[in-house]
Design a protein around this ligand. Structure first.
Ligand code: KE4
Length: 447
């Protein structure tokens, strides 16, 4: 008899005994028992599941429970876990050498692939995390413009560099406040935080600071507010204001890049806005295929301001790591297969439509959206509530119902992101049966 619990077939998962024991043991030697806070389930409560292995769209935890995985390592696993072409590439690369600290041809191949797929970039620098990429892009924007101030948006997350861990000040004339202890006020003093999709605030901020801004950094589809799109008029005006004021427009596509479309979110805005392109872009997650790899890029003129050519310093021992680049390259090659994104987007849309139909069928107000392999859903207060357009609206949705839903689905073997403000991800390995089981479980849970 298999030890695997077919929870997604409606059998309730046994209590996570082994995970609880591991969590207790972990907390003795790792702060909070995790190496990244969101994994600790603090937003939803309960015991985080300690995962032992994964294959395709499935995770197994230490108690032998199996889950349909809609986190996908927070985005990287777009092919599903254990894709043979990726595993082969990583295995071969590992045998050739784990790290050299010297240039390799594969870094050139990956950089060539990225700039081929993202025509707004002529050059790209590879790094090891999205935080490092966003931090470096900010430094480069400041170095290129000679300006210190910049704009970010409430609800957008760009990694944990000091200047980016900032929340809105009391007004547009005042600067942000640190969201974390240990970030000195002077590190936040140049950060202007605006409300996402708020055109009036954008105009006012540029009227006040326009010629002092190094850049505006934005998640074009905000996956750190679950799933909120920047409206086309907002994005068009943002592009115009950046251009008019000499500020660089930086697209943080760590989550959306190669996830919502082959060309990222910027390719979607370029369809709606003539000649649209950001000045710099930040990538991560999918481009590493699950290994530590991220990147930032832009025009040659901007990027050649980086060391060793230019005055803006940036470096990394494991940047362009040969095993990580093999993983990323194999992943990027697979997602270019004909029809890949059409199939992924269709599967993802089936999931969201199914969930919303299930909720409506039992009288539960719910809204959701998806693009490519990324999705989000919200439990609203009424059926008339629109999709949230900013952080305040997201936080006004029904968190308590979300948290109950999360745990009830987890018990049924469906693993959504353990936080109201996180996006979800579908991979090429998710099947129609996975979606059907998920929707049926949701109908049970919400009834
Ligand atoms: P990393 O440093 O975690 O690789 O990337 C930071 C980052 C930058 N930009 C965007 C748009 C991001 O979403 C992220 C990281 N995303 C989170 C999930 N919301 C990673 C999960 C975690 O923090 O453990």
């Amino acid at each position: 008899m298999s030890t695997e619990k077919q929870g997604s077939e409606g059998l309730f998962q046994p209590r996570p005994i082994k995970s609880a024991q591991l969590f207790e043991r972990a907390a003795r030697v790792i702060p909070g028992g995790v190496n990244s806070p969101v994994r600790a389930f603090r937003a939803v409560g309960g015991t985080p599941r300690f995962i032992t292995r994964a294959q395709g769209a499935t995770l197994w935890d230490a108690d032998g429970n199996r889950y349909i995985d809609y986190i996908g390592s927070w985005g990287p696993m777009i092919l599903g876990h254990g894709h043979p072409a990726v595993i082969d590439a990583v295995t071969k690369a590992a045998h050739e050498g784990l790290s050299f600290g010297a240039p390799t041809e594969r870094e050139i191949e990956l950089a060539e692939e990225i700039v081929k797929l993202v025509p707004s970039m002529q050059q790209v620098r590879l790094v090891s995390s999205g935080t490092e990429a966003a931090m470096s892009a900010l430094r480069l924007a400041r170095g290129v413009t000679g300006r210190s101030k910049f704009v970010k948006f409430e609800g957008c997350y760009h990694g944990h560099a000091d200047a980016l861990l900032v929340k809105a000040g009391s007004g547009l004339a005042t600067f942000g406040h640190p969201t974390s202890a240990g970030v000195p006020p002077e590190a936040a003093q140049h950060t202007v935080v605006l409300e996402y999709n708020n055109l009036a605030q954008l105009e006012e901020a540029f009227a006040l600071h326009g010629r002092e801004l190094a850049c505006v950094i934005i998640e074009p589809i905000a996956g750190n507010m679950n799933f909120v799109r920047a409206s086309v008029p907002f994005m068009q005006r943002l592009r115009e204001l950046c251009t008019a004021n000499g500020a660089l427009l930086v697209f943080d596509e760590v989550m959306t890049g190669f996830r919502v479309a082959l060309g990222g979110a910027q390719s979607l805005y370029a369809q709606a806005i003539p000649d649209f392109a950001p000045d710099m872009s930040v990538f991560g997650k999918v481009i590493g295929g699950g290994m530590p790899l991220a990147a930032f890029g832009g025009s040659r003129a901007v990027m050649e301001q980086l060391a060793p050519l230019g005055p803006v310093y940036q470096a990394g021992t494991l940047s362009g790591n040969p095993v990580a680049t093999a993983c990323g390259l194999a992943t990027l090659r697979e997602i270019q297969q004909p029809g890949f994104f059409d199939a992924l987007a269709t599967r993802t849309r089936e999931l969201v439509v199914g969930l919303l139909d299930a909720a409506r069928g039992v009288g539960v107000p719910m809204c959701g959206d998806s693009e490519g392999g990324m999705f989000g859903f919200f439990f609203t207060r009424s059926f008339d509530d629109p999709l949230p357009q900013n952080y305040r609206a997201v936080m006004n949705t029904d968190k308590e119902r979300f948290n109950r839903f999360f745990h009830a689905m987890l018990e049924r073997g469906v693993y959504f992101a353990p936080a109201l403000y996180e996006a979800g991800f579908v991979s090429a390995a998710h099947t129609a049966v996975d979606v059907c089981r998920t929707v049926e479980s949701a109908r049970d849970v919400l009834a």
